[in-house]
Design a protein around this ligand. Sequence first.
Ligand code: NAP
Length: 493
Amino acid sequence: MTDQTPGPRPLFIAGAVRDATSGETFETRNPFTGAVIATVQAAAAADVDAAVAAATEGQRAWAAMSGTARGRVLSRAADLIRARRDEIARLESLDGGKPIQETPEADVDSGADCLAYFAALAPTIGGEHQTLGEGGDAPWFYTRREPLGVVGGIGAWNYPFQIACWKTAPALAAGNAMVFKPAEQTPLSAAILAEVLTEAGVPSGVFNVVQGDARVGRMLTTHPGIAKISFTGEIDTGKAVMADSASTLKTLTLELGGKSPLLVFEDADLDDAVSAAMLANFYTQGQICTNGTRVFVRDTVIDAFLARLLPRAEAMTLGDPLDPATQMGPLITPEHQRSVLARIARARADGATLLTGGRAPDHPALAGKPFVLPTVFRADDDGLPLCRQEIFGPVMTVLSFADEDEAIARANALPVGLAGGVMTRDMTRAHRVAARLEAGVVWINTYNITPVEMPFGGIKQSGMGRENGRAALEHVTRIKSVYVEPGHVEAPY
Ligand code: NAP
């Protein structure tokens, strides 16, 4: 990191680093070594008030700029991120335990691409116009697509830099300001985003970082000066965020958890299907919201599918996230490792068949570190907690099905609907299944690819609103309708 500030890491408010007034600090650790990477200052309510006040003021100046001018600044920020690609990727691997194989592209490029994408869209944000009748004296209306004001962003720990960029880029492109709270486990990269946005020319107060735990999150969700909350995290936290936001009737984008299905039909290329299933379960140690953790495989090919899958899962390289050969790093914390292992133990006790993994690796170099081997279960009962609850670790469950209707019904049976996938060479079936899956995102013949051009988000209890794509702009703006009467007012009295 280039942040040279001695002592605990400060907040970022009104265009500059600022010490928190709480006197409280917390530590962030390297998940691989367990060592403390940094101590971070936690915000007090007065600091959040200061951030919101700075954002309110900064937003006015920012929104007064043309979309083209805002886009120019955001585009510069994208370039600055690319210039610091290695540094940011390394920090994300250190703070989050993600393999350095992943972070340059999945975290840094994705963040930069998002800023560049919304930089290009910023000049296009506008309303519509319609006349209400014929002739020059007909009334007409137009709409203005206006920013909401101050957006509160609350991030999860699995993609800290990417989440910060995905929330900030559309919000700022549309003329909003942002007060962002990263997750406590991964607080560091938000400071780099603050640095690059400032260097790129974002005015003071338009992007602020407040650090801390759920208490600081709640300071945002209950703050009367914040118009919208954009939240990424667990479903239950999302419900609490929604309830708190109701007190001031904020609008919401909620990016929550899932238990997504991946359907493998008998005509699928089985090697591709295995690749998709592995991407859907083992990337980022399985700590991805969209993961296809329920892999439904047609009964006629399930044995062949497993015969290809298991050796590939067992061949994965676990190790130091900073080693370029590492394909899977540690889970985020020892507590999370214990939670994942407890769910695995419960699944075994419930009668699911463990086919591989299911424990920490016994390699001496990884002893005592929060790793979990790539794990594959076979199960017959969709009602098991294994098949219903998000585990957020490298745990895949393979289930067999006999026909398409049955697979769809089982895929759609849960109250969540973030994502889904279908593997088949039959394109008619692929699109039919995609249409029938109750999910916000469906992949045909691949999994977990999230280009910034494509709207991203869930349905049912997996959330609301969208990030990325043009659709994201609808969720960071509001419409004002302006009716224009060129003639006289017709009053009945
Ligand atoms: P989490 O425990 O719900 O925390 C998410 C964020 O909310 C953190 O910054 C957390 O602060 C904060 N927070 C906790 N309680 C709060 C409250 N009552 N009010 C306001 N903020 C509060 O989630 P996580 O463990 O960090 O992330 C894993 C979850 O995120 C998984 O369920 C995963 O599926 C989901 N996720 C979804 C997406 C998506 O796009 N749909 C993407 C990534 C992750 P602390 O840091 O102090 O806990």
